[in-house]
Design a binder for this molecule. Structure first.
Ligand SMILES: Nc1ncnc2c1ncn2[C@@H]1O[C@H](COP(=O)(O)OP(=O)(O)OP(=O)(O)O)[C@@H](O)[C@H]1O
Ligand SMILES: [Mg+2]
Length: 483
C-alpha cells in the first residue's frame, strides 16, 4: 500500500509507546481569605477556573498531540521526501492517511473519525507546513500570531489579543518549525545568531528570537499578510475614518502633498498607507522601499524594493537608505517608504523637498507633534549636525500632512487625527488639526463611543486643491456633533 512516497526499502521505524500525557503545570489558585480592603481601583478580571469539560478537552488534545508526534516521526522515517515534492496534495493526503491508519492499527490505538481527521490534517501540516501555526495562518480572522515559548500561542483578532489552546509539543518542536521557516529563506538562527526577520512564502512578516536571548523559550511574531488589503471604502465602512476625511485625503494624495502616517505598533499604519496609495494616478511611476515588502499598490507602474540585513559574516547588507538613494536615480514620480526609522530620514526629507512631491511614509509616534519630534531625533541620531531651526525648517517644508493612526483600548483602529503642517513660527513648526476623532464615552461593554469631526479650520491647502480640480465643499470642514 505504501507507494512511491514511501522510502524504497523502508521498514516502519519502531514506535516508542504512547505515554500518557504529561500534566500541564496548573495555575495556583488565588487564595484570598483575608478580609477585603476597600477597593478603589477597577477590579482586575480573575483567571477563570477550569471547568471539568475544558480539562477533558485539554487531556484529549494532549493525547492527540502525543500520538501525532509519534506518527510524525514514523511518517518522516517512512515517507520518501524526494518524491513528496512532486506529489499532488490529494496523493500526499491519502498517503498520510494510509500510513497513519496502519500505524494506529499496529499500536492498537482507536480514534473516532473526528480525531482521525484532525490528526491527519495536523500531520499534513507538519510534513508540508508550519505545524501548529498552520491552522492560525489559514484563519482569516487572525491578524497577528504571537508565540511566547512552546506552550503559549496568542493571536490578535479584531484588535484584541487572545490566548489560544494550540501548543507546540516542546521547545525542540518550536525550534524545528522556526528553523524550517528561516532555512527556506536562506537564513539561519541559533545561539550565535539568535534573532531573525523573514518573510513567509505567503508574504507574512515573520520575526523570531530564540534562547538564550529569549529567556522562556523562543519568541515568534507573525504579522499575517492579507491578500485582500483593506481599501479606503472598507476602512470607511469599518469606521476607521469618515467619508469627509476620505474625500480630503483623496485630494491631498492626488494633489501630491507629502504625507506621513504616524501611529503606534500595530495601529494600522501600513494598512492606511496602502489605502492612501489607491488615490495615486495610474500614470505615475511609484517606487516602494520596505524592510519587509507588505505594501500592495494597485497601479501599473510600481517598482518594489526590499532592504536586506547583513549575512552571518556581517556582509551584504542593503539598507533602506541604500535603496532610497538608488531610487532617486530611477526617475520616480513618488517614493513610498514603508517605515522611516533611521538614517534614511535624511534622504526621505530631501526627496520630499526636491521634486518627488506626493511621497509617503510611516513613522512610529503617538501624535503629530510627537511625530515631528521623532523626525528631529532621527536626524540627530543620523549624525547630522544642523541647528534645530534648520532641521525644523527642513521638516516643515518637506512634510505637508500627518495622519495619526491609533489602536484604541477596545481594539478598534481609527484615524484619530489629520494634521496639516503650515510652516514655521519662529523656531516652532506650526500645525493645524483639520479632522479628529472625538471620544465621548464608553459603552457598558467597554466599546468606545465617539465620532469623527472637522475642527472648523480652513485647510491650508484649499487653494491648491481647487487649482488641481479638487473643489472640496466647505461643509466637510464644518465641525459636527454626534448624531
Ligand atoms: N481599520 C482597521 N480595521 C480593522 N483591521 C485593521 C484596520 N487597520 C488595520 N487593520 C489590521 O490590523 C493589522 C495591523 O495593521 P498594520 O500592519 O497596518 O499595522 P502597522 O501599524 O503597520 O503595524 P506595525 O507597527 O507592526 O508595522 C493588520 O492585520 C490589518 O489588516
Ligand atoms: Mg507596518
Amino acid at each position: 500500500m505504501f507507494s512511491r512516497y514511501k522510502k524504497p526499502a523502508g521498514k516502519a521505524a519502531p514506535l516508542a509507546s504512547v505515554k500518557s500525557a504529561p500534566e500541564m503545570p496548573k495555575t495556583a489558585p488565588v487564595g484570598d481569605t483575608a478580609p477585603k480592603p476597600v477597593v478603589i481601583r477597577k477590579p482586575m478580571p480573575k483567571v477563570a477556573a477550569q471547568a471539568p469539560a475544558v480539562d477533558k478537552e485539554r487531556k484529549r488534545k494532549e493525547r492527540l498531540s502525543e500520538i501525532k508526534l509519534e506518527l510524525h516521526r514514523a511518517l518522516l522515517d517512512n515517507l520518501n521526501l524526494a518524491a513528496l515534492e512532486t506529489a499532488t496534495e490529494a496523493e500526499l493526503r491519502s498517503e498520510i492517511s494510509s500510513i497513519s491508519t496502519e500505524i494506529l492499527e499496529e499500536k492498537g490505538i482507536v480514534l473516532n473519525r473526528e480525531d482521525r481527521t484532525t490528526l491527519n490534517q495536523e500531520l499534513y501540516d507538519e510534513v508540508t507546513g508550519l505545524g501548529p501555526l498552520e491552522t492560525l495562518l489559514k484563519d482569516d480572522s487572525v491578524n497577528d500570531i504571537l508565540v511566547n515559548g512552546p506552550q503559549r500561542i496568542f493571536v490578535e483578532r479584531a484588535g484584541k489579543l487572545q490566548l489560544t489552546d494550540i501548543t507546540f509539543k516542546d521547545e525542540k518542536h518550536l525550534l524545528r518549525i522556526i528553523d524550517k521557516i528561516v532555512s527556506a529563506v536562506g537564513r539561519r538562527v541559533d545561539e550565535s545568531n539568535p534573532y531573525v526577520d523573514a518573510r513567509l512564502a505567503d508574504g507574512s512578516r515573520f520575526n523570531a528570537m530564540v534562547p538564550p536571548i529569549a529567556v522562556d523559550g523562543s519568541l515568534v511574531s507573525i504579522r499575517k499578510f492579507k491578500k485582500e488589503k483593506l481599501g479606503v471604502d472598507d476602512l470607511v465602512r469599518f469606521g476607521a475614518f469618515s467619508e469627509e476625511m476620505a474625500a480630503y485625503l483623496q485630494a491631498a494624495v492626488a494633489t501630491r502633498l507629502n504625507v506621513i502616517v504616524s501611529g503606534g505598533t500595530g495601529s494600522g499604519k501600513t494598512t492606511t498607507l496602502n489605502a492612501l496609495s489607491s488615490f495615486i494616478d495610474n500614470s505615475e511611476r511609484i517606487l516602494t522601499i520596505e524592510d519587509t515588502a507588505e505594501l500592495q499598490l494597485q497601479q501599473v507602474h510600481v517598482g518594489r524594493m526590499e532592504s536586506r540585513p547583513p549575512n552571518v559574516e556581517g556582509k551584504g547588507a542593503v539598507t533602506q537608505r541604500d535603496c532610497l538613494r538608488n531610487a532617486l536615480r530611477m526617475r520616480p514620480d513618488r517614493i513610498i517608504v514603508g517605515e522611516t526609522r533611521g538614517e534614511e530620514v535624511i534622504d526621505m526629507l530631501q526627496a520630499m523637498n526636491t521634486g518627488h512631491d506626493g511621497s509617503m511614509t510611516t513613522i512610529h509616534a503617538n501624535s503629530a507633534r510627537d511625530g515631528v519630534s521623532r523626525l528631529e531625533n532621527m536626524i540627530a541620531m543620523a549624525g547630522i549636525e544642523m541647528p534645530i531651526k534648520a532641521v525644523r525648517s527642513q521638516i516643515s517644508s518637506a512634510v505637508n500632512l500627518i495622519v495619526q493612526a491609533s489602536r484604541l483600548q477596545d481594539g478598534s483602529r481609527r484615524m484619530t487625527s489629520i494634521t496639516e503642517i503650515t510652516g514655521m513660527e519662529g523656531d516652532v513648526i506650526s500645525m493645524q488639526e483639520v479632522f479628529r476623532f472625538q471620544r465621548v464615552g464608553l459603552t457598558p461593554e467597554n466599546k468606545i463611543i465617539g465620532h469623527f469631526t472637522a475642527t472648523g479650520v480652513r485647510s491650508h491647502f484649499s487653494e491648491r486643491f481647487r487649482l488641481w480640480g479638487y473643489d472640496l465643499p466647505a461643509s466637510i470642514f464644518e465641525p459636527h456633533a454626534a448624531e
